[in-house]
Design a protein around this ligand. Structure first.
Ligand code: OGA
Ligand code: MN
Length: 285
């Protein structure tokens, strides 16, 4: 069996999958095919995915074990597998992670085993704005010179979750600094700067502005200009697909070969409400 229909969304990355009933079990061949399509396209879009939390979890589980976010406050009560990305207030309290991902990042790159992929389901979206962008990190890697490829190919970078809190969230009262306990659960980790995709075997650049804070063995004054160059380079418009969400869009993205950015360009009094499941991954190599 082959996927009913798959259509590329942009030269950078992304493909839309249609003609699949994703409320039903897929079967091993289909799952394998979708793993391959994900690794090749970086993101897969399923339109009109009217899934309950149980169906969202069941669909996601077919691709690997799910994990709950380290900051438990953002998880859906009764369904710890669902991470709520939302600005919706109930009884004066936001019921999820607000301002999530408003900087370039690859999910959980700060963990020893970063998540393989995430499946984000759009429930409510402002009429205008609130897009998400993905960058193709295979293309970013391929467009480097051989000298740079060789140089960074042997290096590890430091990734630290608290970087996002100390920089991007520093001025936001809704995202207070991590508690000492949360910080203790997410000590800095080292990751290869170039990672090999476990399905496609292709190499991808693996550093991101959200969480990458240094290069192992280098003082900051040496590492930062290199990282700044790589961040600028990997976010060139040619490498980016920008998605304009419709309610019931489900996007499955691959954290091994893409990074993403949530645009904060909309009126925050308008509801933007999403559910995410997160698939566990392996140690990058
Ligand atoms: C995420 C994230 C992006 C968005 O859920 O991992 O970064 O557009 N969200 O909400
Ligand atoms: Mn994210």
């Amino acid at each position: 069996m082959t996927i009913a229909s798959i259509r590329r969304l942009s030269p950078a990355c992304g493909a839309e999958v249609s003609g699949l009933d994703i409320t039903q079990p897929l079967g091993a061949d289909r799952v394998q095919e979708l793993h391959q399509a994900l690794g090749e396209n970086g993101i897969l879009l399923f339109r009109d995915a009217r899934l309950s939390p149980e169906q969202h979890i069941a669909f996601s589980r077919q691709f690997g074990p799910l994990e709950a976010h380290v900051v438990g406050d953002f998880n859906l009560p009764g369904h710890p597998e669902i991470f709520v990305v939302s600005n919706v207030k109930e009884e004066g309290k936001i019921k999820g992670a607000v301002y999530a991902g408003q900087y370039w990042h690859s999910d959980l790159s700060y963990m020893p085993k970063p998540s393989m992929g995430s499946l984000l389901l759009c429930h409510e979206m402002p009429k205008i704005g609130g897009d998400t962008m993905w960058a193709n990190m295979y293309q970013a890697y391929n467009a480097l010179s051989d000298v740079m490829k060789n140089f960074i190919g042997g290096l590890n970078a430091v990734h630290d979750y608290s970087n996002a809190y100390d920089t991007y969230f520093a001025h936001l009262k809704e995202r207070p600094p991590l508690t000492p306990e949360q910080r203790a659960k997410t000590p800095p980790v080292e990751q290869p700067m170039v990672r090999t995709h476990s399905v496609t075997g292709k190499k991808a650049l693996y550093v991101n502005p959200g969480f990458t804070t240094g290069i192992v063995g280098m003082p900051r004054e040496e590492s930062q200009p290199i990282l700044d160059f790589l961040f600028r380079h990997s976010t060139r418009p040619e490498f980016i697909y920008r998605h304009q969400w419709r309610p019931h869009d489900l996007i499955f993205w691959d954290n091994r070969c893409t990074m993403h950015y949530a645009l904060a360009d909309y009126d925050f009094s308008v509801r933007r409400h999403m559910h995410r499941t997160t698939i566990a991954g392996d140690v990058p190599y």
